[in-house]
Design a protein around this ligand. Sequence first.
Ligand SMILES: Nc1ncnc2c1ncn2[C@@H]1O[C@H](COP(=O)(O)OP(=O)(O)OP(=O)(O)O)[C@@H](O)[C@H]1O
Ligand SMILES: [Mg+2]
Length: 260
Amino acid sequence: MSFVDSMNFLIDIDKIIIVMSGKGGVGKSLIASSLTIGLALRGYSVAILDADIHGPSIPWIMGVEEKHMTVDSDGFIIPIEIENIAIISIELLLTNKDMPLIWRGPLKTRAILELLSKTRIGKRDYLIIDMPPGTGDEPLTIAQHLKNRIKGAILVTTPGDLVKHIVTKAEAFLKELNIPLLGIVVNMAYFKCPICNTIHRLFGLANIEHTNIIAEIPIDPTLAQIVNSGKLFDYLKGDDSTAKLLLKIADSIISIDANK
Ligand SMILES: Nc1ncnc2c1ncn2[C@@H]1O[C@H](COP(=O)(O)OP(=O)(O)OP(=O)(O)O)[C@@H](O)[C@H]1O
Ligand SMILES: [Mg+2]
């Protein structure tokens, strides 16, 4: 039994969903944040764990990068809370956010699991985990420790022939761990010309067969700006067409639950 199994710390969390990608830079953190905000906007109580130590972007995307998690008198960490969302990231414990954490693999995964076990997450309908990119040692160790509690995974990819085998690898990773694939999000799927509305599939078709694509998100310069300025919550509340596509991810997770 691992040290994580031996603790009852996730007892108050109803469903844990991991967001993973076959490789880095595909928009995983954006999708994890959008799923989290989408669930909160639908009335669920949600927590998001930033498990990507080297690219911890969740505090920035959620607009809380200036805040610091505190520690209570029992030594437990209090997450940052906005709009019914608990945000947990090692980044929010650092005094100097410009300094990289130079840790090796086992220390990093242990730090993430410890963070999870020592944080007062409270009662939540969902815990969304933004996994480290890829299918290497770090995501594997985290998933192995939590696998009995993970309800399923969302896989984020970009389109194109070249990424097809990366998706296949990620699917094999989940199969090996017996974690259900809840859906695939194809990010940067196309660019819609703002003048003539023509759709350009810059990286080709999604080209992913036999899989369950729950959303296709365009390359959207407004979205990039929103993410960089930490305004995703307000953006997803609005009327923008890309915002509506991003909310489809939370809706599809909710409907999977409703149909079970
Ligand atoms: N659909 C999109 N349209 C425009 N910009 C996007 C889109 N998706 C992601 N981006 C931008 O691309 C960058 C990378 O996104 P994000 O940080 O979510 O990727 P990631 O997969 O988590 O990366 P990493 O592997 O480094 O953690 C961000 O600056 C984000 O704003
Ligand atoms: Mg990321």
